[in-house]
Design a protein around this ligand. Structure first.
Ligand code: SF4
Length: 246
């Protein structure tokens, strides 16, 4: 998994893209779909903001405002205050992650009606490419799967740093990565990319309450401790080496 704000790196390296905003995944697509036909207004604005030699001398497009503080309770779309396409009900309706096609899903009310199916909040949004059944079963045993991951960070106060409250830094994030695939997790600073990466490898222990599951080779990384935490990664590495020797 590649975690970055740099779309040029993503374009060169990833097969699939999951775009994050304010602690949620808001669009998942194959890299081709993401760069040729992004559906979320934030994704479209990000691509418009990329420097382009053809627009040399023109002012750079920018997205007004900043990522909202995650200490608040959201009642509608988290991007609504910055969205040029916002509708009246966007501020009061929570958009679900909606499946638009086999490899493309988006969290935006503009696409809620015409969708073929609506994924449950936080569901795995974009299926990886289809493999033959036995290969798929083998791959599933070695895949990375992050299921409905929630990170509630603790805010500390005072000299003794007592826990003063919690805020949801990452809400219901899910994705799956098969062996040999690269998934890019992209988004502005503060949207939760690093938090999800740290949570998976248990670097937030003691600082945040983690919920959900991060499965690798059948083990839930959130539950492993000590040397056991290294074992799934070692197993995964040795199976890749075995494959490459064949
Ligand atoms: S739900 Fe509304 S505010 Fe949010 S991205 Fe879609 S159009 Fe914009």
């Amino acid at each position: 998994m590649l975690i970055t704000h740099d779309l040029a790196v993503v374009a060169g390296m990833a097969q699939r893209v999951a775009l994050m905003y304010a602690g949620q995944i808001i669009e998942v697509a194959s890299a081709d779909e993401f760069f040729s036909a992004p559906k979320h207004p934030y994704a479209q604005a990000l691509l418009r903001a990329l420097p382009d030699a053809g627009r040399r001398g023109e002012p750079l497009a920018a997205i007004a405002g900043t990522v909202p503080a995650l200490t608040q309770t959201f009642t509608g779309c988290r991007f609504a205050p910055r969205c040029a396409s916002a509708m009246a009900h966007c501020a009061s309706t929570l958009p679900e992650l909606t499946l638009l096609g086999p490899t493309h899903s988006v969290r935006c009310l503009l696409h809620a009606d015409g969708a073929r199916a609506t994924a449950a909040a936080g569901a795995v949004a974009a299926a990886p490419p289809r493999l033959a059944r036995p290969a798929r079963q083998r791959a599933r045993r070695r895949c990375w799967r992050c299921m409905n991951c929630v990170c509630a960070s603790r805010s500390a106060r005072g000299l003794l740093q007592r826990t003063a409250g919690h805020f949801e830094a990452v809400g219901g994030v899910s994705f799956e990565i098969l062996p040999g695939q690269t998934l890019a997790l992209v988004g502005e600073s503060g949207c939760g990319k690093t938090t999800i990466g740290k949570a998976i490898v248990q670097l937030l222990r003691g600082q945040a309450d983690i919920d959900g599951r991060a499965l690798l080779g059948g083990s839930n990384l959130f539950e492993l401790q000590g040397g056991a935490l290294q074992a799934p990664a070692a197993t995964s590495r040795s199976s890749s080496r075995t494959r490459s020797r064949r």
